[in-house]
Design a protein around this ligand. Sequence first.
Ligand code: 6GU
Length: 228
Amino acid sequence: MRIDIITVVPDLLEGPFSHSILKRAEDKGLAKVRVHNLRDYSSGKQKQVDDYAFGGGAGMVMMIEPIAKCIDALKSERDYDEVIYMTPDGETFNQSMANELSLKGNIIILCGHYKGVDERIRQKWITREISIGDYVLSGGELAAAVVTDAIIRLLPGVLNDETSALTDSFQDGLLAPPVYTRPADYEGLKVPDILLSGHQSKIDSWRFEASVRRTKERRPDLLEGKEI
Ligand code: 6GU
């Protein structure tokens, strides 16, 4: 899978993709993430990428031309399944969107900045608009990093234990159960006996019950319309 991210602050995206799981996915050849500096596609002398809003008002608007040039240049190299615009007024990101996007081949992600992009970009080039929650970030970059991380860790072979993404919180619509490691007794704080019993089917049932209990307590909204 390949993800091309278009941004006016490429530096913001350097850290997340040069470490840990995402770095491993790149090294194994399972995912390619490429960051593109929108200023490289500006034809102006000042490398201008934003301008005043027609009709007035505070805040700058990202111009059509550099974005259109960048997207068209990418599309001339390969086909893309989605051109995603990161914006607080997009559809709220969740695990099922991550699952769906992880099945795509190539994706472009455009990071919004300032007051946003010229509406005509959204009309003509964007296939999907995503927000990561009901709060405002100063740009779409961190949100793009969140979405990219959530997608790439789902690609087969990226996680060491292939089954581990299946037991994540949200993957089956439930929160994950509590986990423990050694020592079994830390100054009187004990691990539940069942987990030390070696009885796998009992352990599985305990984990399922614990997931349901935790979901009821913390996120009852996830259980609505579900039979458990
Ligand atoms: Cl995608 N962008 C910005 N600027 N703020 C956000 C967001 C995106 N998602 C939540 N808040």
